[in-house]
Design a protein. Structure first.
Lengths: 407, 416
């Protein structure tokens, strides 16, 4: 790894600006001279996940030339980190999921303009690290409001397609564990496969299989993928994630039925992964989708109803919030022009919700959040719900704002 | 006894509540801007001196009676194995109900003996009859071998089948007896149920099971404007109102004489996810119902009572009213002509354990076959767009026998 050869352990703490500059001063390294190497016009950067210090996410260069950049991500020993995101002001520009020690390195190429960016590794000791892209600044957000909103919908569409693709990877792993009859591995994999749907559910919950009526749950992809006990249609029965959850966590057994459910689930999430890249969105769709995800938090996560057997509701909760925040973040440049005060209100409420969610992080749990036990629910459910309520109201104003923005 | 004994001379400020009418004057100019807002009628003026008869030759009061403003519903578990105890309880209840529906007490409030307790709890003193009706329902367990009454079971009385999306809470389901009290003064309705519960406990034959207090009637009767549920939508626009409809869909017309003009009572406590609904865009709300929020008009029409056109399509070929819209799934046109009488009320239980508003609809329906309710709810529970915002958490089924004749008690013929 270049890490050692360049002698830059300071990157472990790259997020702390003061630490960074101090160490730089001591080592006397002029960082400007050390832009990441460029091969065939593409800057090459490596992100390495290691288990040291409670899990760390190391980027080997913190200055990169503007233009196409390939991030190669390897999880060497970090069992608590499964995900790396490249962000700009909270917008996820690209991400890699399903990272685990022993899996081959994966690459992600983005074209970035000059400016400050972040590597976000949920679950790492230091989750957020900044890096600088030098050179020509990216086209600043200076278009018309309508253009900014339009750009946001395109960025968001990529996000949704990326999440759906990652869901296929995770469900493939879950299915393999189930096919192998490995109950312990399947139980550990189930939480890792869950958050994707929770992030994008509002965009994909209305698909109906060909040949079925809209009123028939047997053809509703949402029912088939994510039905739960409280939505049970006795005629159609149990399907999808929660049928598998019930087998793994309540019945403690993998049966032939579990295996056929896993195969069916994979088929259905693959359908979604094919569909999502074809979807286009209006700005208000993003706002409405964000609101829908927060509704999900209120009705099924706060109540502990979603994950009745595995109790990973807080992980799903975080998934819903991430999806909502992504939708909002892609509207943010346009919203700042339309109503900066409201935008700031929503940002502040998202920050409060995320700060609250952080208090439930638990690296010993697959997925990274404490289980939503009866004790936690009794003590904290009202607090969790009220934080979401405080976000729902201002967020609900955004749909109208973006739908009626000047064209 | 006169059906509606309005004594004009006895009207006082206390006796008159101006409901929808009073507000309408102030907003008339504003409302005129919305062509869809109907003119307010004076039919909703409340007269607290009005009373309904308990005894009669046909149905019990409180079913086809125009819905009053408030309700209190409670179910009871029988704690006796003796059929005679049930007879005593129903007889005591009948006498007490006859008193209370006339605005009278059921006994002394302040007995002369120092060490005595009052028979009547007193909080309804001088409040007037307030159109109180108390309707008794008999649960499936009564008609079993425990009481030697299997042979008397109304043929269609049984537990409801498991329905899609049921989220029933055990403590909010079932019961062997139901008491539905409705009145234009909430304290009058509350008093009626409270004092009937005392009688049940004093006989030792029954104990309380679950209860819901309702307000803001959420289904219109004949001559009433359609009221609104807590989602802000008119509820019951297409409710049964005409005698012929009651004859066809509500009253049991065959079997033993004591069952005729009885009806099957289904109750459902339906929780609403208020905060989520309140932050949902109005276009989605309208699509969920298939109606416009203010006017109540179907999305295919202009005014409330326009018949919905479920086949009408928009430019892109989709039906204007979604196939999963609440009214599309509930409409008799799409359910082999099935219709039921709805007599629901709004309820609130304050805040729930999650700090959310705990409120919803106390749904009550009467029909001559409980399978009619099941058929409708099977469709609604499976795919109603409204399911995102509601959960059925309570449930019960009862047979409401016809009214007793003067000098008899409710259900008396069952025991002969």
């Amino acid at each position: 790894m270049p890490l050692n050869s360049f002698g830059r352990p300071l990157l472990l703490a790259a997020g702390f600006g003061t630490v960074l500059s101090m160490t730089t001063a001591l080592s006397g390294v002029a960082r400007a001279a050390e832009d990441a190497p460029v091969v065939n016009g593409v800057s090459q950067v490596h992100i390495t996940l290691v288990g040291d210090n409670g899990g760390a996410c190391l980027i080997d260069y913190d200055h990169i030339k503007a233009g196409p950049i390939t991030f190669t991500v390897t999880n060497k020993t970090a069992t608590a980190i499964t995900e790396v995101e490249i962000q700009s002001d909270n917008r996820i520009l690209g991400e890699k999921e399903n990272l685990a020690p022993g899996l081959p390195a994966v690459a992600l190429t983005l074209t970035l303009g000059g400016g400050s960016y972040q590597v976000y590794c949920p679950g790492a000791g230091q989750e957020l690290q900044t890096f600088t892209v030098t050179g020509k600044a990216a086209a600043a957000a200076t278009g018309t409001t309508a253009q900014l909103l339009q750009d946001g919908t395109i960025g968001y569409a990529k996000y949704v397609a990326g999440v759906a693709a990652s869901m296929v990877d995770a469900v493939t792993i879950l299915k393999a564990d189930i096919d192998a009859g490995d109950l312990a591995k399947a139980k550990a994999e189930y939480p890792l496969a869950r958050p994707f749907y929770e992030r994008i559910e509002s965009d994909v919950d209305s698909f109906v299989l060909p040949g079925f009526k809209a009123t028939d749950n047997a053809g509703s992809l949402d029912y088939l993928i994510d039905m739960r006990a409280s939505a049970l249609d006795p005629k159609v029965g149990w399907h999808g994630f929660h049928a598998i959850e019930r087998d793994l966590f309540q019945n403690n057994a993998i049966t032939a039925e579990t295996k056929s459910q896993a195969a069916e689930l994979l088929t259905h999430v693959e359908m979604l992964a094919k569909l999502t890249p074809t979807l286009t969105y209006k700005p208000e769709d993003l706002a409405n989708g964000a609101a829908d995800l927060l509704e999900e938090v209120q009705t099924t996560k706060v109540t502990g109803e979603e994950e009745d057997f595995s109790h990973i509701d807080l992980l799903d909760f975080a998934g819903n919030v991430e999806g909502a925040q992504q939708a909002f973040a892609f509207l943010e440049p346009g919203m700042m022009k339309i109503d900066p005060d409201l935008t700031a209100r929503v940002q502040a409420e998202f920050a409060k919700v995320n700060a609250m969610l952080d208090t439930y992080r638990d690296k010993t749990q697959p997925g990274g959040y404490e289980l939503y036990t009866a004790q936690i629910k009794a003590a904290d459910a009202a607090k969790l719900s009220k934080a979401i309520q405080a976000l729902q109201e201002p967020l609900s104003k955004i749909g109208e704002k973006v739908a009626t923005a000047e064209k | 006894m006169a059906d509606t004994s309005t004594k004009a001379s006895s009207l006082s400020r206390r006796g008159m509540l101006f409901g929808a009418t009073a507000g309408a004057v102030g907003v008339a100019a504003h409302a005129a801007a919305f062509a869809a807002s109907p003119a307010q009628s004076g039919d909703d003026m409340v007269d607290l001196t009005k009373s309904h008869p308990f005894y009669g030759d046909a149905q019990q009061a409180g079913i086809s009676t125009e819905p009053q403003r408030h309700s209190m519903f409670m179910t009871f578990d029988l704690t006796t194995a003796k059929v005679g105890d049930i007879q005593v309880l129903l007889a005591l209840w009948s006498a007490a109900i006859a008193q209370m529906m006339q605005g009278a007490t059921i006994g002394q409030v302040e007995p002369p003996q120092d060490s005595a307790v009052g028979l009547d709890t007193g909080e309804a003193l001088n409040l007037g009859p307030a159109s109180l009706t108390v309707t008794i329902g008999l649960g499936p367990k009564i008609f079993t071998d425990i009481y030697g009454l299997s042979h008397q079971r109304p043929p269609l009385l049984r537990e409801l089948i498991a329905l899609p999306s049921d989220s029933l809470v055990p403590g909010l389901t079932g019961g062997d007896l139901s008491v539905q009290a409705c009145a234009d003064d909430p304290q009058v309705a509350y008093h009626a149920v409270r004092d009937l519960a005392r009688i049940a406990k004093s006989t030792g034959s029954a104990q309380t099971r679950w209860t819901v207090m309702g307000f803001g009637r959420a289904s219109a009767g004949r001559g009433q404007q359609t009221p609104r549920n807590l989602l802000g939508f008119k509820d019951g626009t297409r409710n049964l109102k005409e005698d012929a409809e009651f004859e066809k869909f509500v009253w049991v017309k065959d079997g033993p004489a004591w069952q005729r003009y009885g009806s099957y009572q289904v109750v459902r406590k339906i929780q609403m996810h208020i905060e989520n609904w309140d932050t949902d865009r109005v276009s989605d709300q309208n699509n969920v119902f298939g109606r416009h929020k203010v006017s109540g008009a179907p999305l295919t029409g202009k005014t409330e009572f326009d018949t919905p056109d479920f086949a009408k399509t928009d430019a892109s070929g989709n039906t204007v009213i979604l196939p999963t819209a609440h009214i599309a799934l509930a409409a008799h046109e799409n359910n082999n002509g099935i219709r039921i009488l709805r007599r629901s009320y709004n309820y609130t239980d304050g805040l729930n354990q999650f700090g959310q508003l705990d409120a919803g609809l106390f749904f009550m329906s009467y029909q001559n076959d409980p399978a009619h309710f099941e058929a409708l709810q099977t469709r609604l529970g499976a795919s109603d767009a409204l399911n995102e915002y509601i959960a059925h958490i309570g449930s019960g089924i009862f047979f409401a026998p016809p009214a007793p004749k003067q000098g008899e008690y409710i259900g008396q013929a069952i025991f002969s």
